[in-house]
Structures are given as structure tokens and as C-alpha cells.
Design a protein around this ligand. Structure first.
Ligand code: CTP
Length: 159
């Protein structure tokens, strides 16, 4: 049974949701509070590749993670820029919502439903997590270099 036929207020959003974090969770919970059935379009790896975006977590796993979030009723694939209007019609969407980094970008969808942009959670993003991982990796390599230096100094003394 479709959410529309159950007369539910359907909310729709899209995103990549790489390295799923609390900013994603906060946004999804706030969106769910605007209605009673939340549909999340998760960008496929092919769609992201077209945007020059590469994820750490593959699409099937990102979809599985988003689908398992308590407030998410349905996770679908986002495969193109143009599917939004079709999805709004297909699922009887009342509210289309995105984080504030997309402010104004989807105003053309106001002809089909309400469009909202919600504040982002400060201080976290998939990009910052990826950067942090790189920094930690560099630090780790430095630690290893120092350890090797200490070991070779000890071995030199033994010879
Ligand atoms: N989002 C949010 N607060 C954050 C990070 C993301 O509200 N701190 C929202 C975005 O505005 C978007 C959705 O979560 O509506 C999915 O965003 P996505 O681009 O997948 O996450 P980001 O962490 O912003 O990833 P990136 O750094 O790659 O842009």
C-alpha cells in the first residue's frame, strides 16, 4: 500500500549520507517531525561519479544504513537530478526538505509541494570526517617513522 493511499503526510529528501553521522541523523529526525512518512533518496555511486564525488562507503551499504534509521520509512535510490518531480508525484509527497546548504536550489519544486531548508548541524560533515581520517593517517605514519628510528638506534647499539 502506498503512503498516499494510507493518507499519510509524506516527507521526501535526498543525499549521499557517506560515513553516516549525527548531522545526517538530526536532519532526518527533524524532517520526519514535519510529517508522518519519511522517504530518503540515497545517491548512487554512478550518480555521484557524474558529480565528481567519490564516497568511502558504497551505495548498497549507505542505502542499508539509511533504511535502518528508526525515523526513515523508505530509502530509495537517487539516480538523476530530474527524478525529484517524478518521486513527488509517485509517492504523494507533501513536503520536500534539504539542509540549508541547498537553500533556494530546489524552489522550482514549490509548484508540486511545500519546500523547506532546515539548519545544518554545526561542526560535522562527511568531508570533515574524511579530512580527519587523512590527518590521523599522516600522524600514524609519523609515529611509525619515530618508532623505526628508535628501534634502529637500539639495534645499532647492540652491534
Ligand atoms: N546535513 C546536515 N548537517 C550536517 C551535514 C549534513 O543537516 N552537519 C544534511 C545536508 O544538508 C543534506 C543531508 O544532510 O541535506 C545529506 O548531506 P550529505 O551531503 O550527504 O552530507 P554532508 O556531511 O554534508 O557531506 P559532504 O561533506 O560530502 O557534503
Amino acid at each position: 500500500m502506498s503512503p498516499e493511499s494510507q493518507r499519510k503526510k509524506v516527507v521526501l529528501t535526498y543525499g549521499t549520507f557517506d560515513l553516516f553521522h549525527v548531522g545526517h541523523l538530526n536532519l532526518l529526525e527533524r524532517l520526519k517531525a514535519l510529517g508522518d512518512y519519511l522517504i530518503v533518496g540515497v545517491s548512487t555511486d554512478e550518480f555521484n561519479a557524474g558529480k565528481g564525488k567519490q564516497t568511502i562507503i558504497p551505495f548498497v551499504d549507505r542505502l542499508k544504513i539509511v533504511q535502518s534509521v528508526k525515523c526513515v520509512d523508505l530509502a530509495i535510490a537517487e539516480e538523476s537530478w530530474t527524478q525529484k518531480a517524478d518521486d513527488i508525484r509517485r509517492y504523494g509527497v507533501s513536503v520536500f526538505g534539504m539542509g540549508a546548504d541547498w537553500e533556494g536550489k530546489f524552489d522550482d519544486l514549490r509548484q508540486y509541494c511545500e519546500v523547506v531548508y532546515l539548519p545544518r548541524t554545526e561542526g560535522i560533515s562527511s568531508t570533515s570526517l574524511k579530512q580527519l581520517t587523512r590527518v590521523l593517517d599522516k600522524g600514524h605514519i609519523e609515529d611509525l617513522k619515530q618508532a623505526l628510528g628508535i628501534i634502529s638506534a637500539i639495534v645499532d647499539k647492540l652491534e
